[in-house]
Write a protein that binds this ligand. Structure first.
Ligand SMILES: Nc1ncnc2c1ncn2[C@@H]1O[C@H](COP(=O)(O)OP(=O)(O)OP(=O)(O)O)[C@@H](O)[C@H]1O
Length: 299
């Protein structure tokens, strides 16, 4: 595991904001750390980066205890929390050159990083004139200068337009698949994370509600058959009498638990035979957004 925590707990005053977290982030993963605003994501990230002192529990990064190997571990982590620290009056390239000098990194890496984050064409533009998405990419380039093994990003797509979000997503996928990095990224948007993450942890009120691969998360939800028909209430009764498990009925649609393709055919012909008109019938994977709500807002 690149990151593993045990019983990680943190309290601000009286408020416990991180509760006994046991995170497991495998090497080479894009780990999506999901939770609504105020769930405790930033606090957890600050603990992982030793910006907050661990009060209870422990953190291992690269299989070493963070407390006793702080400098060695932190030198191999690149991070972006909130706004990237960028000098607005300097160009993107100058920002990177400055940091390269500070870190004693060969300046050749500056051009490599500009290329990696697709900012070569804007290298000489003042960073203050960059779009938000370009600033975030410059922030990621800064974080990558020292060639860290692990990248920790706190809501890097916040406030970006769809193109900006796609750029960041594609960049993170490149980092993992072509550059052997591990990425830990927090977000409150499940739809965004499901497009890139290999693993997911869901946190709410400081508690880890789910952790597993993206497939584990998807398989938690059973697919449904969505049927668009006339007279849905009567149609639903007919299906129930014929032992189909109807889960929801509204004016235009009814839903039943999906079991197989054959079952969809049977439903279709049963309804047709009994005089109903089926306008459409299809298999529907419960989307992860809804699943997230199910998990975070227990009935
Ligand atoms: N310095 C602080 N002092 C006191 N309480 C704090 C402090 N920082 C955060 N909190 C509280 O801790 C809780 C968790 O905040 P945190 O920023 O970790 O959540 P988050 O999941 O990152 O949310 P967001 O997406 O809004 O940043 C919140 O209730 C917040 O008000």
């Amino acid at each position: 595991m690149v990151i593993s925590t045990e019983g990680l707990t943190f309290t601000f005053g009286q408020q416990k904001v991180v509760k006994s977290l046991s995170l497991n982030v495998p090497e080479g993963s894009i780990y999506g750390f999901l939770g609504p605003n105020g769930a405790g994501k930033t606090t957890t990230i600050k603990l992982l980066l030793n910006l907050l002192q661990t009060q209870e529990g422990n953190i291992k990064i690269f299989d070493k205890d963070l407390r006793s190997n702080r400098i060695e571990i932190l030198s191999q982590i690149g991070s972006l929390i909130e706004q990237p620290a960028i000098y607005a009056h300097l160009s993107g390239k100058e920002n990177l050159l400055n940091r390269a000098l500070l870190l004693e990194v060969p300046t050749q890496r500056v051009d490599d990083m500009l290329k990696l984050v697709h900012l070569t064409d804007a290298a000489h533009k003042k960073a203050g004139q960059y779009s938000l998405g370009m600033k975030q990419r410059l922030g990621i380039a800064l974080a990558l200068l020292s060639d860290p093994k692990l990248l920790i990003l706190d809501e890097p797509t916040n406030g970006l337009d769809p193109n900006g979000i796609i750029e960041i997503r594609e960049l993170l996928i490149r980092l993992v698949t072509q550059h052997q990095k591990t990425v830990f990224i927090s977000s409150h948007l499940l739809a965004e994370i499901e497009k890139m993450a290999t693993h997911v942890g869901i946190i709410n009120y400081g508690e880890l509600l789910f952790q597993g691969s993206i497939n584990d998360l998807a398989s938690l939800s059973q697919p449904l058959v969505q049927i668009e028909a006339n007279n849905t209430v009567d149609a639903a009764n007919l299906l129930t009498r014929n032992n189909f498990n109807v889960t929801e009925v509204n004016d235009h649609h009814l839903f039943a638990t999906y079991t197989s393709k054959q079952q969809m055919g049977e439903i279709n012909s049963l309804l047709n035979k009994n005089g109903y008109t089926v306008y459409s019938i299809n298999k529907q994977q419960k989307d992860l957004e809804k699943l997230f709500l199910d998990i975070t807002q227990p009935a």
